[in-house]
Design a protein around this ligand. Structure first.
Ligand code: GGG
Length: 369
């Protein structure tokens, strides 16, 4: 972090727009961030855009420069990421070409995915008996191991008897650190409730270790955080039928990936939902990205929803400030909700007709107001 005229801290951001609508929403978020920093005395941004994408993979043979990408990213205070994935590249190549190695190498073992019903959004839950205020959750996703450890192999690939193994890795250290982060998150929230999710009735090794570590850490928070545990299949039902009974949720890499998409859909649209890939030790830059993918079906049409990208950008500002930029991040969130609250500035997925550019112009106006 450097300073402008000895007052404004300047944060260095690596922006990776990536593929499809990832590029469109990143562009929108960077415009909003630029407006925010220009109108604030508290911070400035120095953005370095990196052209790491599937299009470049197809011409160069790599997503990130093989020998230098880690050093390149470590020069920054944070990473802002759009989306990765394109129909001409197998999905496991694109995800392992960029997003998963960054999370692993940058020690981003926590993925925070908040969900709530934003002003003006029409959540499917409102069709049930629930009030929008019933859905206010934060999902803590283990982000470094589990089912996305990348271990396993295939054999007999060209025969009818192909065999593949996908090995999930669960370590005591990995589970304990995510569990502690989840309990601390729950403790910081008004309702002080944590639900831990596994499939420990069917998966009898790693998931049972999750249960054991959960019970151990829960003892330390007795009387402070109310906690319970759920099997992931039953959890999907509870999220729909009893949303008000949930607050903070902690789950494995795969389970939380799936549950957070469900949560976003219940709150109105996957286009709204943000995520923060955090290195809580702050030894590496953390990464901020909307949870949605590259959506090739609507890419290039200028109709994608940039709200999840704005919200992710607000979380980035909050993280960078370490308490000093909370007011700026809150102002950004207020501006976002003023935009979602106006039917004229909602994209199609939220029942409106606005284009991405119109929503972006609206957020910039709101920030400047
Ligand atoms: N914006 C992030 C993105 O590209 N998401 C697509 C995806 O497949 N995500 C899986 C994951 O978050 O692990």
């Amino acid at each position: 972090v450097s300073q402008i005229a000895s007052i404004k801290p300047v944060y260095k951001i690596a922006a990776i727009p990536g593929d499809g609508i990832g590029a469109e929403v990143t562009n929108a978020a960077l415009k909003a961030l630029d407006t925010l920093s220009q109108s604030s005395d508290a911070f400035a941004l120095n953005v370095n855009t990196l052209d790491w994408s599937s299009a470049n993979y197809l011409t160069r043979g790599w997503y990130m420069p093989p020998d230098t990408w880690e050093d390149e990213l470590k020069k920054h205070d944070a990473i802002y990421f759009g989306a990765v994935g394109w129909p001409t590249v197998p999905d496991h190549i694109s995800l392992w070409g960029m997003m998963l190695p960054i999370r692993n190498s940058m020690n981003q073992y926590v993925n925070v995915r908040p969900t709530r019903v934003m002003r003006g959004t029409k959540a499917p839950l409102s069709q049930l008996d629930a009030k929008p205020s019933d859905l206010d959750w934060v999902i803590i996703r283990e982000n470094s191991e589990g089912e996305y450890a990348g271990q396993g192999g295939t054999t007999h690939g060209h025969a009818n008897y192909a065999v593949a193994t996908e090995v999930a890795i669960f370590t005591r250290v990995g589970i304990e650190r995510i569990m502690r982060f989840a309990f601390e998150t729950a403790k910081s929230r008004p309702r002080k409730k944590l639900t831990m999710v596994t499939k420990s009735n069917a998966q009898r090794h790693g998931m049972v270790l999750w249960d054991k570590v959960f019970h151990m850490v829960a003892k330390e928070y007795e009387g402070v955080v109310e906690s319970d545990k759920m099997l992931v299949d039953a959890m999907t039902v509870r999220m729909v039928n009893k949303p008000e009974s949930l607050d903070t949720i902690v789950a494995t890499n795969l389970h939380a990936d799936i549950l957070s998409d469900l949560a976003a859909a219940l709150a109105g649209s996957i286009g709204i939902a943000p995520s923060s890939n955090l290195d809580p030790t702050r030894s590496c830059p953390s990464m901020f990205e909307p949870i949605h993918g590259s959506a090739p079906d609507i890419a290039g049409k200028g109709i994608c929803n940039p709200v999840g990208a704005f919200w992710s950008a607000a979380e980035m500002v909050r993280w960078l400030g370490q308490g000093k930029l909370d007011q700026v991040a809150d102002q950004f969130m207020e501006a976002i909700e003023n935009v979602t609250g106006d039917p004229k500035t909602r994209t199609g997925d939220m029942g409106g007709q606005a284009k991405t550019d119109e929503v972006t112009d609206a957020i910039c106006r709101e920030i400047e107001r």
